[in-house]
Ligand binder design. Structure first.
Ligand code: FAS
Ligand code: PHB
Length: 396
């Protein structure tokens, strides 16, 4: 594609080469709609990120529809439930029994790798290490995107711009402040994540609520485990040598798991802050926001990546309708349709975070409320069915 001068219009210009941008590009190109992706980082950098681990069934279906489900189906782990643990005692939430549904454990890193391979196989245009990206005339019929790449100023004219550029991207900032409404809650703690080449401690994930703080036992495959500990916001990975991490994790998880866990040297350790965030609207003229560019959830409900997938589905359907059916009902309803599902996932992620974490300013009454809700969850079929249907993913 010649980007020295705007002689060639692409149809959809996608900012961001993470899961949202790559999946949207793959689906659009398979529908005959041309895209260009601009990514700020190198491909190695993008593939070096350790992020999500659990895919809803809707995300699994969409990846198959995009032609990138083969390795996920071969290597991904089908999970029919999760464990919740309260003060070292666990109980199971059986998704299959309550909903007939399951989730797939398959790391975002591998999913992103599959998407890059698929884009390359179709000869996709992905420009890496671009900077100074600016979206111009998004509210006109002919938006343009200017940027620098390989030391040269470039510009691409397009029909539509998809802001798939994450929480710190330029897409959301392009929507005028007097048009945009933002909703946010920042949590007074973070998650310290550790990746270790050890067998998972349990067949299924364990979400543990403990006086000392929240812990999560997850995995990527039978020889790669992912663990998290709730830590104070001002904590640092330097304070957590592996031995200290393992000792603390054992304090917070069920006794039988603590006695059987296989520990080992970490191959990645990082702290992620937790926030709930939504920006409305997710469309402004011919600019559409997808994924983390528009919303952030605390990872407690495993929704971040899965919300990106449902946004991409709605936008793919809308743009296909525009180009193939010459209809714009999908485009006109995209923001409302995506936000309806976003807010339900925000609620679920917020409620799981509020239920399972220790809050520094928590009163004794607050703590009793958490304990009562956990006991209700342990003993009520209706409460477990509600958690199950939210965890496996509400319908698109
Ligand atoms: P991403 O942020 O993944 O991708 C946006 C891309 O845009 C990036 O590659 C960025 O480099 C690029 N970009 C940004 N600005 C740009 C610009 N101006 N020009 C060009 N490119 C630009 N979700 C879960 O479900 N479970 C988890 O356990 C979990 N853990 C997480 C841990 C961390 C530390 C973080 C930050 C997020 C986590 N998430 C988790 C959420 C995460 O998985 C996101 O939901 C997912 O990455 C969303 O994908 P995208 O919308 O593509 O955004
Ligand atoms: C993960 O495996 O990284 C993971 C799983 C479930 C969550 C959050 C993170 O809720």
């Amino acid at each position: 594609m010649n980007t020295d001068k705007p002689s060639r219009r692409t149809q959809v210009l996608i900012i961001g080469g993470g899961p949202s941008g790559l999946l949207l590009s793959q689906l659009l190109e398979r529908s005959g709609i041309e895209t260009v992706i601009l990514e700020r980082r190198s491909r190695e950098y993008v593939l070096g990120r350790i992020r999500a681990g659990v895919l809803e069934s809707g995300t699994v279906e969409l990846l198959r529809e995009a032609g990138v489900g083969e390795r996920m189906d071969r290597e991904g782990l089908v999970h029919e439930g999760i464990y919740l643990a309260v003060s070292n005692r666990g109980f199971r939430i059986d998704f299959k029994h309550h909903t007939g549904g399951t989730v797939r454990v398959y790391g975002q890193t591998e999913l992103t790798r599959d998407l890059y391979r698929a884009r390359d196989a179709m000869g996709g245009t992905i420009l890496h290490e671009v900077d100074q990206v600016r979206i111009e005339d998004a509210d006109s019929g002919s938006p343009r995107v200017s940027f620098r790449h390989e030391g040269r100023e470039r510009r691409v004219e397009c029909d539509f711009v998809a802001g798939c550029d994450g929480f710190h991207g330029v897409g959301r900032q392009t929507i005028p402040a007097d048009v945009r409404r933002e909703f946010e809650r920042v949590y007074p703690f973070g998650w310290l994540g550790l990746l270790s080449p050890t067998p998972p401690v349990s067949e299924e994930l364990i979400y543990a609520s403990h006086e000392r703080g929240f812990a999560l036992c997850s995995m990527r495959n039978p020889n790669l485990s992912r663990y998290y500990l709730q830590v104070p916001l001002d904590d640092a990975t330097e304070n957590w040598p592996d031995a200290v991490f393992w000792d603390e994790l054992k304090c917070r998880i069920p006794r039988d798991a603590a006695e059987s866990i296989v520990t080992g040297a970490s191959i990645e350790k990082s702290i992620a802050p937790l926030r709930s965030f939504v920006a409305e609207p997710m469309r402004w003229g011919r600019l559409f926001l997808c994924g983390d560019a528009a919303h952030i959830v605390p990872p407690t409900g495993a929704k971040g990546l899965n919300l990106a997938a449902s946004d991409v589905y709605y936008l793919w359907q809308a743009l296909k309708q525009h180009y193939l059916d010459r209809e714009d009902e999908g485009i006109d309803t995209y923001s409302a349709r995506a936000l309806a599902r976003v807010w339900k996932a925000e609620r679920f992620s917020w409620s799981m975070t509020r239920l399972l974490h220790r809050f520094p300013d928590q009163s004794d009454f607050d703590r009793r409320m958490q304990q009562a809700e956990l006991e209700y969850l342990e003993t009520s079929v209706a409460a477990q069915a509600s958690l199950a249907e939210n965890y496996i993913g509400l319908p698109y």
